[in-house]
Design a protein around this ligand. Structure first.
Ligand SMILES: *Cc1c(COP(=O)(O)O)cnc(C)c1O
Length: 508
């Protein structure tokens, strides 16, 4: 009788050591959470006006290296963990500070951040129903809630969640490309009878939009720039002219990308008129509503994105103006059935060839991502716990505060406001009567010195070649007194710059 070999006859094996499995102990989890809770509670309780502290990369690298253990750790090193958390909180932007006015990242609902930890501990890749069931169901619930606000009949539209508006913009334009050039997915993008495939985008489009042309094989040269009006929205008559001349140049424009909430000033393009223009010409209209799409949840602000419901597709970033941990982006298609045409692959091991109840909830076929965090649950959880009013209240507060900041700056003789705010973004310049002649250089130097001063963090942007200062009010703790504080900070640095620069001129 021959005995068949057993596993034990092959490679040696023993279970992992207790020293190793300890890293996964619930006890260590508890210790880590305690440290994190203490650190974060102190962080949130701070009422400081703090900007950004830029460390030189070399110094930070050394500091981070010094925090790495050399020896085999004995138990949980709470001290080292605390030091790492402190280093994280000290460097980078401080979205919870009242001095934070420079970027579109938001302070988040703490409970959604806690859930983010839970979903990291118990990961459920959300692209596949079997792996992330609740996330796929939450996609449907969030879609239905927005569908109601858009006036779209249920089951007539679709929503896909992605990690970031950059990815959502790419996916939407890809869907449009596949619809207009049916062979492009299989055979590649080719010059057709009507010319080279091209897209048309506003002059103030986000850089991720023009990038799409390179990614999808259209080529950057095939990006038609649509001129803006004085409010920095796409000018509809000028857009019509630009589209006509694109035809003359042998371009086959298949998609217009408009913006609701431009990165520079937060402007909303005239969506109704652009939808009409697109429809008349048989073009796809995609709206990059990364920033202002959230207005749909406010009864008062939704009017500002009127017409978004007429677009073929639009996206919005919940990690910006819905205060969810990043990245959580919603991509809507007005017509059901289109989402699956972005990536028209068949016969994959993830795709079931038949439509059943489960496969209808499967999102992986409609999404570029394979492993995708279930970030939709961060949004859904906040909604489930606090209701839609949570988003509405914070958003309206931020928009109102920006309006107040606009009015405050308008009343000051040494400030020039660049636009009426449509959103929570405001651009302006500081121009006292004795301002240096190099106004652009002056604004840039102001931004740099304010940043170095580490009280306020603001940004700058170029509008038609002129440098302007820019604030984005994402933190509801910021009050009107912080706007006055910023004004004083700008004036103080302004005086110093003028003195330094005139001393320099005298010396030269
Ligand atoms: C932030 C933003 C993007 C990029 O979105 P990510 O989520 O950072 O990828 C694109 N367009 C607009 C208008 C934005 O505000």
């Amino acid at each position: 009788m021959t005995s068949s070999p057993t596993c034990a006859d092959n490679a040696p094996w023993s279970p992992p050591s207790a020293a190793f499995t300890r890293f996964f102990d619930p006890e260590q989890l508890g210790q880590a959470i305690t440290v994190a809770h203490e650190t974060l509670a102190t962080h949130l309780a701070k009422d400081d006006v703090e900007g950004i502290r830029l460390e030189l990369p070399g110094a930070l690298l050394a500091e981070a290296r010094a925090l790495m253990t050399e020896a085999e750790p004995e138990g949980f090193d709470a001290e080292r963990f605390t030091a790492i958390l402190d280093l994280y909180l000290r460097t980078g932007i401080k979205v919870n500070s009242r001095g934070y006015m420079g970027r579109q990242f938001s302070s988040v609902a703490p409970v959604s951040a806690v859930f983010d930890m839970v979903s990291a501990m118990a990961p459920q890749p959300a692209s596949f129903y079997e792996a992330g069931q609740l996330a796929n169901v939450a996609d449907k619930i969030i879609a239905e809630e927005f569908g109601r606000r858009l006036g779209w009949p249920s089951n007539s539209f679709e929503m896909v969640s992605t990690s970031g508006a950059s990815l959502a913009n790419m996916t939407a334009v890809l869907t449009a490309r596949n619809r207009h050039f049916a062979r492009s997915w299989k055979s590649g993008v080719a010059i057709g009878p009507r010319g080279r495939p091209a897209i048309a985008i506003g002059e103030d489009s986000h850089f991720s939009v023009s990038r799409v042309a390179g990614i999808l094989g259209l080529g950057e040269d095939q990006v038609v720039r649509l001129p803006l009006n004085v409010q920095r929205q796409i000018s509809v008559p000028a857009a019509a002219t630009a589209l006509n001349s694109a035809v003359e140049r042998g371009l086959d424009v298949f998609c217009i990308v408009a913006t609701a909430g431009t990165t520079s000033i937060g402007a909303n393009d005239p969506l109704e008129a652009l939808a009409q223009l697109a429809r008349d010409r048989g073009l796809w209209l995609h709206v990059d509503a990364a920033h202002n799409g959230a207005f749909l949840l406010s009864d008062r602000l939704r009017e500002r994105v009127r017409g978004i419901e007429l677009a073929n597709s639009f996206c919005l970033d919940a990690h910006k103006t819905l205060f969810a941990p990043a990245a959580c982006t919603l991509l809507f298609y007005r017509d059901r059935g289109l989402a699956a045409t972005a990536f028209p692959q068949t016969a994959s091991y993830v795709l079931d060839p038949y439509e059943d109840e489960i496969s209808r909830f499967e999102s992986g076929t409609k999404n570029f991502e394979c492993t995708k965090r279930p970030s939709i649950l961060n949004l859904w959880l906040t909604w489930a716990l606090f209701g839609r009013g949570f988003f509405e209240t914070k958003l309206e507060h931020l928009v109102d505060l920006t309006r107040a900041a606009h009015d405050d700056l308008m009343s000051l003789p040494d400030f020039v406001v660049a636009h009426e705010p449509e959103s929570n973004i405001l651009c302006f310049t500081y121009r006292p009567s004795d301002a240096p002649r190099d106004l652009d250089g002056f604004q840039l130097e102001l931004r740099n010195r304010i940043r170095a001063g580490n009280r306020y963090f603001i940004s700058k942007v170029d509008l038609d070649g002129a440098t302007v200062l820019r604030i984005v009010l994402m933190n509801h703790r910021i009050g009107r007194s912080d706007i006055s504080g910023l004004v004083e900070e700008i004036r103080r640095h302004g005086r110093e710059i003028i003195e330094d620069w005139s001393a320099h001129e005298v010396a030269a």
